[in-house]
Design a binder for this molecule. Structure first.
Ligand code: FES
Length: 127
């Protein structure tokens, strides 16, 4: 089961996370935890002319949470903020290229939850 979860894309992003770091100042910044394990992700965004001009994240968590957040930062970089707001959990899960079990769903969606909360200024329901 574990083997099937940790496919190449996940391992690559876990070992070499894209857009790792922080932005100071940032236009949007937010951090939150996975309530099930206490792991944390923070995402910083800069927006210029309505587009995400830079994005960075810091995280402490499992391979799925770090990889999913890394992939998410690649999805949002350079995109209009309106499109970023419209990213759904299914959009992100599709990019992960692995089936995510219900037990790992909060891991996979932690970064998206943080991103949306940062943009909207409040935590969104991720279910
Ligand atoms: Fe903590 Fe996955 S076990 S985010």
């Amino acid at each position: 089961m574990v083997d099937s979860l940790y496919r190449e894309t996940i391992l690559d992003h876990y070992r070499n996370p894209r857009n790792k770091g922080s932005l100071d100042p940032a236009d949007y910044t937010y951090a939150d935890t996975n309530p099930l394990c206490g792991d944390e992700v923070r995402i910083d965004l800069r927006v210029e002319n309505g587009r995400v001009s830079d994005v960075k994240f810091e995280g402490r968590g499992c391979a799925v949470s770090i990889a999913a957040t890394s992939i998410l930062t690649e999805m949002v970089e350079g995109r209009p903020l309106d499109e970023v707001k419209a990213i759904t959990k299914d959009d992100l899960l599709e990019e992960l290229e692995i089936p995510v079990s219900p037990a790992r769903m909060k891991c996979a969606l932690l970064g998206l939850k943080v991103l949306k909360a940062g943009i909207y200024g409040v935590a969104q329901d991720d279910e």
